[in-house]
Write a protein that binds this ligand. Structure first.
Ligand code: R5P
Length: 312
């Protein structure tokens, strides 16, 4: 076991350490397991060389959790490759590794939309599948599949919901809000949020995206939001195109006050400024990735899941 004596998880009968960044440290502290940081090195040419700060060699078959989120100063590709390099190093050092990868990058590319494109969601899953025992993520993008388990042959998968963390950050003054998904598949998140909040009304717009240009069209149906407080919920905000359209349409449907929530605040290309310019009442994201709106902490929900399947 690495470093000074690691804590023993109740009921586990094994010793465990957690390798990670500040996000991972929160999980280590909540679990009460030994935290091992890593040096987040990046060479001038952009190549990554994250080094786990082991103090001593662990016996083969030791258990580790690897937990990192995406930092604001790094690309999604760096986040993905860094997780892979760290997981691979643990695997090669004979650790049985649980990976906490809170943003499942490339999950949206779950289909070959045009001949010659990569099936990226499967490729990312296959990078990790042979080298981790468990793959833990948060609100994975599920559009054309119902379960991320189908992407893995070996690792067990756990898709923790990021919605409770968002709800914990919503203002208490909301009175019977309407929970709105900005596109067809976001009805899942809207239903879940409404159920957990004990709110009656939820629904979703429908969206069509041109696979060549990326241009989107959003349709409201006959939604009546007259004088309502509306909470928009989506799994991710990337360019902001989807949520911006839904804000506009919600206003046209009569919404009085709009709160925007998202599990994964990617916020590419000035999306946050564009949303702020719409005068919404609040914008809440989770800390699956760092951003100016990452106020909703998903680590307690991840820890609950880890305890559930680790038996602690
Ligand atoms: C799409 O299916 C997702 O659930 C999000 O609605 C989408 O990725 C958001 O992207 P953007 O912010 O670029 O419209």
């Amino acid at each position: 076991m690495v470093g000074r004596k690691a804590l023993k998880l109740v009921g586990l009968g094994i010793h465990m350490l957690l390798v990670g960044d500040a996000f991972g440290k929160k999980i280590a502290d909540l679990l009460g397991v030994k935290f091992v940081p890593f040096e987040d090195r990046k060479f001038t040419d952009g190549e990554l060389c994250p080094r786990i700060e082991f103090k001593e060699i662990s016996p083969p078959g030791s258990d580790a959790i690897l937990a990192i989120n995406k930092h604001s100063d790094e690309s999604i590709n760096d986040y993905t490759l860094k997780a892979y390099f760290l997981a691979r190093t643990l695997h090669n050092s004979k650790f049985r590794t649980i990976l906490v990868f809170p943003y499942f990058s490339y999950a949206r590319q779950d289909n070959v939309f045009r001949y010659g494109e990569p099936l990226s969601s499967n490729y990312v899953a296959q990078m990790f599948d042979p080298i981790v025992t468990n793959f833990v993520t948060v609100t994975a993008h599920l559009q054309r599949r119902t379960n991320i388990a189908t992407l893995f042959d070996h690792a067990k998968t756990h898709n923790v919901s990021g919605i409770p963390a968002l709800i914990r950050q919503l203002p208490s003054g909301l009175k019977d809000p309407y929970i709105l998904g900005p596109d067809t598949e976001s009805i899942h998140w809207a239903r879940e949020m409404a159920d957990l909040m004990g709110v009656r009304d939820y629904g979703a717009f429908t969206k069509k995206r041109d696979v060549n240009t990326g241009e989107i069209q959003v349709f409201t149906g006959d939604l009546d939001l007259k004088d309502r407080q509306v909470v928009v919920v989506d799994d991710m905000i990337s360019t902001g195109g989807t949520v911006l359209k839904s804000i506009k349409l919600a206003r046209e449907a009569g919404a009085r006050e709009i709160h925007v929530t998202t599990v994964h605040p990617i916020l590419a290309g000035g999306a946050l400024d564009k949303i702020k310019a719409q005068g919404v009442a609040g914008i809440i994201g989770s800390n699956t990735m760092e951003s100016p709106i990452s106020v909703a902490d998903v680590t307690p929900d991840i820890v609950e899941k880890l305890k559930e399947f680790m038996g602690g």
